[in-house]
Design a protein around this ligand. Structure first.
Ligand code: PGA
Ligand code: ZN
Length: 426
């Protein structure tokens, strides 16, 4: 039974504070969870509770969230069975009582939800992966590897938020990560040779100032070749456009290129990029409420590449239902803190799978050393993950956890690689 719940403020990867929760069981076993934070946050996400009005840490402290856990969640959960994850998550949702978890806070709720699961796993002597995945969770995901950053993850350089590579012919995760790191190093020397600064963003990607969004694709293609791989054959490109961040008044404003496009023109631009470069996946190509645009791009590109809804769906069953009705996207990005409980995270993954959508489990840009999402990815056989780049250990720790899980599964581990992509690879 749950004996004690303690929450505290700890540091995250962006020099902010974030929430850590410990759940202690009667037999002395403990589960600990740390909660990440986004910076390109979708409007429809569950809401994290911060102190706001306070002058302490510019209102970004977590005393209110800690107080909610102490005064409301703790008394409701003491004595409960930690193995009843769905019961506990349902209780947390009921206790909060809002649609977006804004009263107790999605961070407080998820912190407790995850810490309970980790305590339960430890209690049974299992990894979180084995606890959640049972006998069926055995698939090692294909990584989407961040290389260049712009938008809110960059430094006022290009508009699109992330440019990534996806190893297409890797036969194991080990292989995929080796290919990725070779390209990362090639990209770094390419940038150095052109006199560009090689400092990295919060997710570890480089953030050069380039004349256009398309030139980032060209630079990545060059780096892939410099590393000795064939673009489109060995390695594909992908990007998180995070279009909501420059969508205003029904127009797409490309600041770095000094032009403003209608949805139709912007879809045309993306289609041209797909024609010219070996792009296999695009996340958030359009604004989160530009439903007509989403339906149109899915009609035009949905048979060729994976179209992933992040801000569009915010890991919410209700938003995902809209996606199915309107034929928007063919894949969903899942971030547990967008929805706020482990059970709802598992539910949205199951719903996406049932609807034939692809699933990508993703970190946030503000992260911690918590590696639970790696375990969730393998336990659910989700297929793909986006954990960041080859610098900064809050992201690398998650890839490293996947390597451990791959090892622990031994011959039972399955790596489907590019087969998990909703893309026509010819
Ligand atoms: P975040 O964005 O900064 O909100 O974590 C990551 C993403 O858009 O995928
Ligand atoms: Zn995104």
């Amino acid at each position: 039974a749950i004996k004690e719940i303690v929450a505290r403020e700890v540091l995250d990867s962006r020099a902010d504070l974030t929430l850590e929760v410990d759940v202690l069981l009667e037999n002395g076993v403990m589960g600990r969870a740390m909660i990440p934070t986004g910076c390109s946050v979708g409007k429809h996400e569950a809401v994290e509770l911060r102190d706001h009005q306070s002058t302490r840490f510019n209102g970004k402290g977590l005393l209110k969230a800690i107080d909610m856990i102490r005064t409301e969640i703790r008394p409701a959960l003491l004595g409960k069975n930690p193995l009843d994850q769905t019961g506990i998550d349902r209780l947390l949702i009921r206790l909060d009582g809002t649609d977006n978890k804004s009263r107790l806070g999605a961070n407080s709720i998820l912190g407790v939800s995850m810490a309970v699961a980790k305590a339960a796993a430890s209690h049974l002597g299992l990894s979180l992966c084995a606890y959640l995945g049972g006998k069926t969770g055995h698939e090692i995901p294909l990584p989407i590897l961040t290389m260049l950053c712009g938008g809110k993850h960059g430094g006022g350089n290009v508009d699109f938020q992330d440019f990534q590579v996806i190893p297409l012919r890797a036969r194991s995760l080990h292989d995929a990560l080796a290919i990725g790191k070779n390209i990362y190093n090639a990209l770094k020397s390419l940038m150095k040779s052109q006199g560009m600064p090689v400092g990295v963003s919060g997710t570890g990607g480089f953030m050069p100032t380039l004349p256009s969004n398309e030139s980032a694709l060209q630079m990545l293609t060059d780096a892939i070749m410099l590393a000795g791989y064939r673009p489109g054959v060995d390695v594909g490109l992908s990007m998180d456009v995070a279009a909501e961040m420059f969508y205003e008044g029904k127009r797409y404003h490309l600041k770095s290129e000094g032009r403003t496009l209608t949805a139709d023109e912007f879809i045309g631009l993306l289609e041209q990029m797909v024609d010219r470069y070996p792009i296999v996946l695009i996340e958030d190509p359009l604004g989160e409420d530009d439903f007509d645009g989403w339906t149109e791009i899915t009609r035009r590109l949905g048979d060729r590449i994976e179209l992933v809804g992040d801000d569009l769906f915010t890991s919410s069953i209700r938003r995902f239902g809209l996606g199915i009705d309107r034929r928007m996207a063919n894949s969903i990005l899942v971030k547990p803190n967008q929805i706020g409980t482990l059970t709802e995270t598992l539910d949205i993954i199951a719903a996406a799978r049932a609807a034939g959508y692809g699933v990508v489990i993703s970190r946030r840009s503000g992260e911690t050393e918590d590696t639970s999402i790696a375990d969730i990815a393998v336990a659910t056989n989700c297929g793909k993950v986006k954990f960041g780049s080859f610098a900064r250990s809050e992201g690398l720790s998650k890839y490293n956890q996947l390597l451990r899980l791959e090892e622990a599964l031994g011959p039972a581990a399955l790596f489907r690689g590019a087969q998990t992509l909703k893309a026509d690879l010819g």
